[in-house]
Design a protein around this ligand. Sequence first.
Ligand SMILES: [Zn+2]
Length: 420
Amino acid sequence: MKKVKDILNSRILTWVVLGVAAILSVAAIIVVLTHRAPRLATNYAKSDSQIITVQVADGDTLSKLLTEQGLTHADVDAIAKILKKDADITTLRAQSDKIEFVRDDENAPVSKFAIIPSPWRRVEVSRNDEGQWQCSAIDITPDTRAVYRTGEILDGDSFYLAGMRAGIPAGILADVYDLLAFEMDFERDVRAGQKFWVVYEENYSDNEKVDNGRVLAVSFDALRGNVRMYRFKKADGTSGYYDEDGNGAIKSLKRTPINNAKVTSSFSGRRKHPVLGYTRAHKGVDFRASTGTPIPAAGAGRVVARGYNNGHGNYIKLRHNGSYETLYAHMSRFAKGVTVGTTVRQGQTIGYVGSTGLSTGPHLHYEIIKNGKHVNPMTVKLPAISNLGSADKQKFLDYRKVLDGGIEKLAENPNLFIQM
Ligand SMILES: [Zn+2]
């Protein structure tokens, strides 16, 4: 069984320099293959064997899909047992898992099948000579390449539009937003002329692109200075994002909980209230978003209040640690299962945008309370979740130097990639 190679462990980056023709052919392959199902390694020998591929849909169970293919209840029971024991599979995931059923010929019973949870793993189940079901999991090692994309904010642009124009895939852009949201305010920090770049992984199998991997590094020339983050794997095996000096870039709280939401009202000591008409402090930041947009917890914590009042409408308050609390107001509804006392992860949906309470339209009103005092979410200095120990820090600085050298080369020729 091949093991998925962990690119962040390999500190030696090799450079792949391709000729112009080769670059064009790679580009052509990428364009064609992103619209095609990934090719899968199969070793079904018989030429007249029949293969049926089923995409697991909502409400599908293993038992339902297997009996539909003519397997008996005894087969299903035996298969469920070995899948749990040998592949740790107990349920199927709708819209994600696929199953390939194989028959020796059109009218034969199913002789084997494969559950395919991702392009990089397949779990093959077959009957042995004694008639017993057995299973084996195959992990496919991706050929991972780090690619570089750079862009610039134009007049009237959003970071999202500029990112799409730079050829950054939507999924990678969403990850970049998630990262930058710890340090940036996309409303106030984005101006025409600002440049950014992203280095991320593309996974290939047999020279065909299959999917995108993780963001390895990102840089954005924000108004308050350059924001740069690098992904790095520590000696203990956990990975995180760090700034140039090796300080943790993932903060205890996000400044902007909802990605890509426009700031419609900033924090201020005094402002004219849009509904009440008189001047009073705005203790938070308002983000415009449509009704029903999920509201993620800005940080890990515990729900300490969930209720309704005339000003906030439906609101939730989280306590993150001894010093920090956050508050989310005007929700249309709360997320299922989120009540006072619930522990939430950073990014977990706690409710949905609405316009309840004193509100002129759907938006999220977001507050950060530090040691009992309201602070400006956009400027408060936030603690990092994890910083590097001295050994890891030295390793990080060495790794960063190598990666920076690579990024410099890619900046000169964006058609190259780093073979990881
Ligand atoms: Zn507000």
